[in-house]
Design a protein around this ligand. Structure first.
Ligand SMILES: C[S@@+](CC[C@H](N)C(=O)[O-])C[C@H]1O[C@@H](n2cnc3c(N)ncnc32)[C@H](O)[C@@H]1O
Length: 464
């Protein structure tokens, strides 16, 4: 038998950062030139001898596993909180203590923004630097929504998550990242489905009924559960599952959504109420709002509210808010709109999901903000018809702004833009274009919405 050293090439590596999957990243020194290495379970500052598993055919980049650790473990190494850590792939940074995570997140923003700021993370013209990352109020139990895949786990119906890059279902019972109610209702839905004889959908065999379960929990401890099933799912059995879930007095409603799609989409079509109500009352930016099955809502509501408040401050700073005309593009349920309107600005909200727009309009009316909020269903690019505006806030999905939206921002009357981004790389691309269009960056503040993960939210203010 050849030894590992004979069969696979060995190199020494020191990690200097973490990738999104929680692998240590460092440069190897090799006679053929340096390569970027990705190594599981190697934290920044740790060294190891690694064996190369896979080499990119296009770039000087490789993936490797540790053969022998060299030197001391990082003082920032910690025990992951979740029992499924390493298998579930959901929170791949849990083995790094929280201050280290925050430093890595800032470094990720600085690296991504290098095309805008240069390597040091400081804007040359204005000396604006990337601020320290604002920590999440809670490191664990912060996620108020869980999406679970149904499948067979050890011969029983289970609700969990796919392992990274596979369709192997991992049991996520005891996940510490979701609010306790979310995990409790996941467990209740799982045992109710098993007791009713509901079978999980098995893609390969194209058999079974239950595909996903979505659990939403409010801050005051109420829950909404959505059973996503194939349309052939037996009505009586699904109703029995709903009754059993609704037996928990904290459950506001249980819904059924039929989904026969083959593209992996979670939701498809309208939800039907099987028990209780179609929505559950929560608050966004301090305003009461009815949350339904499908609308996008930030999963960490406490930190989302902190971001909304900061965005409103940056948007209105030094201005008379009552005379300010603002727009909130990609508004979702309107956390930013409600924060701006509560500060007495007039706001046009644009969002393509009609149910989110309806929920926002009703929430604004209920809070006495109806005359300051004009919520419109439409594409972000319809901003071009927004009329006279002083400030525009954009909070697009990870892929960032379309060229139509960038063009509309540059052509608008707005003196300020506040860009809230969950994708540092697309943010960098868009900031270059906005700067070319006449804006100057004066604030860059990252926030941590998802402890334990590589995700980082960045708030950037630009002014003409
Ligand atoms: C990152 S979320 C932000 C939502 C909201 N600002 C918040 O904090 O909850 C992006 C939102 O943009 C919406 N969206 C995505 N593409 C859009 C488009 N082209 N036009 C309008 N809205 C869009 C999505 O439905 C989603 O609600």
């Amino acid at each position: 038998m050849p030894s590992v050293a004979e069969s696979r090439k060995l190199v020494e590596i020191e990690a200097t950062s973490l990738d999104e999957a929680g692998r240590g990243v460092g440069m190897s020194e090799e006679p053929s030139g340096p390569r970027t290495m990705h190594v599981p379970d190697l934290l920044p500052g740790e060294r190891a001898e690694v064996a190369i598993d896979h080499q990119s055919p296009h770039k000087a980049e490789a993936w490797a596993t540790i053969v022998r650790r060299l030197g001391e473990p990082s003082p920032a190494r910690t025990s992951p909180a979740c029992p499924a850590f390493g298998r579930c792939g959901g929170c791949a940074w849990q083995h790094l203590a929280y201050p280290g995570q925050l430093a890595e997140k800032r470094a990720r923003v600085v690296r991504a923004l290098a095309p805008v700021l240069g390597a040091g993370g400081v804007e040359a013209a204005t000396a604006v630097a990337v601020a320290a990352v604002t920590p999440s109020p809670a490191e664990l139990g912060y996620r108020h929504k869980g999406k679970y895949v149904a499948g067979w786990i050890s011969g029983r119906l289970g609700l969990g998550a796919y392992a990274p890059r596979s369709h192997t279902l991992i049991d996520t019972a005891g996940c510490r990242v979701v609010a306790p109610l979310v995990d409790e209702l996941r467990a209740r839905a799982c045992s109710a489905a098993a007791a009713a004889g509901l079978t999980p959908w098995v893609e390969k065999q194209r058999t079974g009924e239950l595909r996903y379960v979505i659990v939403r929990a409010t801050r005051d401890g109420r829950g909404l559960v959505v059973l996503v099933v194939r349309s052939i799912a037996d009505e009586t059995r699904v109703a029995a599952v709903a009754r059993a879930i609704a037996g928990d007095p904290r459950v506001a409603g249980v819904l059924r959504m039929d989904n026969d799609r083959d593209d992996g989409a979670l939701l498809d079509g309208a939800a039907r109420v099987l028990a209780g109500d179609a929505t559950v009352r929560d608050t966004v930016a301090g305003v009461a709002i009815e949350l339904g099955a499908g609308e996008f809502a930030q999963v960490n509501p406490a930190q989302a509210d902190a971001i909304y408040a900061r965005v409103a401050t940056l948007a209105l700073e030094a201005w008379d808010a009552t005379a300010t005309r603002a727009a909130d593009i990609y508004a979702g349920l309107g956390g930013i709109t409600l924060a701006l309107a509560s500060a007495r600005a007039s706001v046009i909200a644009i969002e393509r999901d009609p149910s989110a727009v309806a929920a926002l309009s009703a929430a604004a009316a209920g809070a006495g903000l109806g005359d300051r909020v004009d919520a419109r269903t439409g594409d972000a690019a319809t901003l071009a018809h927004g009329g006279q505006l002083d400030v525009i806030v954009v909070n697009p999905p990870r892929k960032g702004l379309s060229t139509d939206v960038i063009t509309a921002l540059v052509a608008s009357s707005a003196r300020r833009v506040v860009y809230v981004s969950c994708g540092p790389e697309s943010l960098a691309r868009d900031l270059v274009l906005l700067r070319d269009g006449g804006f100057t960056i004066d604030t860059i503040e990252p926030f941590d919405l998802m402890p334990g993960t590589a995700q980082v939210e960045t708030v950037v203010r630009l002014q003409r």
